[in-house]
Design a protein around this ligand. Structure first.
Ligand code: PLP
Length: 409
């Protein structure tokens, strides 16, 4: 019998003689998570753009601006002088030191650079933190609505997201009582809070942040603080959880304030005695964050003027939207304290958020995200607007939305 060749195998000739496995191949249960809906909205928007439509993108949570010039210059220099091979798993020493210095400059905290871990975006930090801190089946409380990837990453690691309902009246933030009640019902292992938050943009006042870090301390829970939107706060200063607890796990990123989403570089601060645990995992899971991005991130700290100008643009956009969106039928918007999002109730439109988002995309040419990405139940009644683009774009979006709303009535 002739030996099967690659081409005969491709044609299926060899398959006839190979018995089928008794148990059909199947992917793992932990892979059964939902997609990131905002990416699906982007796909639908791109499909319309390919047909020649002009779409204003208010769905995706990323700055319309590139990385600061100082970051791009740092990369240019690194290309000339550095081989950009693997860095240490915890990150390049100069970047870790510069991040620690940032805590002195921004929060007046003396932070040991040894506690800084550079990661592949904050997304890499979540995988590291969840793997390091929680055993299979551990329950992690998440305020709802919240960033959808938290719950999907937890599920993919066989951990249990425990959604804590919040309300517009409570600025979409959990209270000490909420956490205690949930813990009594079914013991928790951790709490993850973002302030400013996605999708609502609201923040925890310093005393409420302290209340939560204290509660976690008392109940023996990990407190994970997602501080990715720090620097983008309009109403009150952003306080790091490290102010109140050295046991907090603080996660941050160059994606938002530094306008470097695609560079995939973020960081995490962990208690000193656990650094080695994180290092072992980082070595095995990622080896290191991209060296070129680390070089650029170090330069980004010199780009304060540019990133502050971006922030001024977001502040103008926010004011414009708070003024104009009610004219387009979006009522009772909680003035968001930070980030670049507004989360709006849509009950007045008489349709679900996926339906409204689809109609606004197709009929008004504005891409927005349905709330069910952030809250599987109540999110039917909300949509999120991201305003991290030029003010001209946001002004045009409001004109289109108001005109669409006039036709809708
Ligand atoms: C609250 C929050 N955390 C984390 C991330 C992930 O960001 P990255 O992995 O780019 O740092 C996002 C992205 O939108 C976010 O909104």
């Amino acid at each position: 019998m002739p030996k099967p060749t690659l081409s005969s195998m491709a044609a299926g000739e060899a398959a006839a003689s190979t018995p089928l496995p008794e148990k059909p191949l199947a992917t793992a249960k932990r892979s059964e998570i939902e997609g990131f809906m905002v990416m699906d909205v982007m796909n639908a928007a791109s499909a319309l753009e390919r047909k020649g439509r002009n779409i204003i993108h208010m769905e995706i949570g990323q700055p319309g601006t590139p990385a600061p010039e100082a970051a791009r210059n740092a990369l240019r220099r690194a290309l000339e002088t550095d081989n950009l091979g693997y860095t240490l798993a915890l990150g390049s020493d100069p970047l870790r030191q510069r991040i620690a210095q940032h805590y002195g400059e921004t929060y007046n905290l003396d932070l040991d650079p040894a506690r800084v871990i550079v990661t592949s975006g904050s997304s890499g930090a979540f995988i590291l933190a969840f793997t390091a801190l929680f055993d299979i089946g551990a329950r992690v409380a998440l305020p709802c609505p919240g960033y959808p990837c938290y719950r999907q990453i937890l599920k993919s690691l066989d951990l249990v997201p425990e959604l804590i309902e919040t309300s517009a009246a409570g600025r979409w933030m959990p209270t000490f009582d909420d956490i205690e009640k949930s813990h009594q019902k079914s013991p928790l292992d951790g709490l993850l809070v973002a302030s400013p938050a996605n999708p609502t943009g609201t923040m925890l006042e310093p005393e409420r942040l302290q209340e939560l870090t204290d509660a976690c301390h008392r109940l023996g829970l990990w407190f994970i603080s997602d501080e990715i939107y720090h620097g983008l706060n309009y109403e009150m200063p952003a306080t790091t959880a490290l102010t109140y607890s050295d046991e907090a796990i603080v996660i941050n990123s160059f994606s938002k304030y530094f306008s470097m989403t695609g560079w995939r570089v973020g960081w995490m601060i962990v208690p000193e005695r656990f650094v080695r645990v994180f290092e072992r995992l980082a070595q095995n899971l990622f080896i290191c964050a991209p060296a070129a991005s680390q070089a650029a991130a170090l330069g980004a700290f010199e780009g304060a003027e540019e990133v502050d100008a971006n922030k001024q643009t977001y502040a103008r956009n926010r004011t414009l939207l708070l003024q104009e969106l009610p004219k387009a039928g979006f009522q009772n918007i909680v003035p968001a304290d930070g980030a670049f999002y507004l989360y709006c109730n849509i009950s007045a439109f008489g349709m679900t958020s996926p339906e409204l988002a689809r109609r606004i995309l197709e009929e008004a040419g504005v891409a927005i995200t349905p709330g069910i990405d952030f809250d599987p139940i109540e999110g039917q009644n909300y949509v999120r607007f991201s305003y991290a683009r030029s003010t001209a774009d946001i002004a045009e979006a409001t004109r289109r939305l108001i005109a669409w709303h006039q036709g809708f009535q």
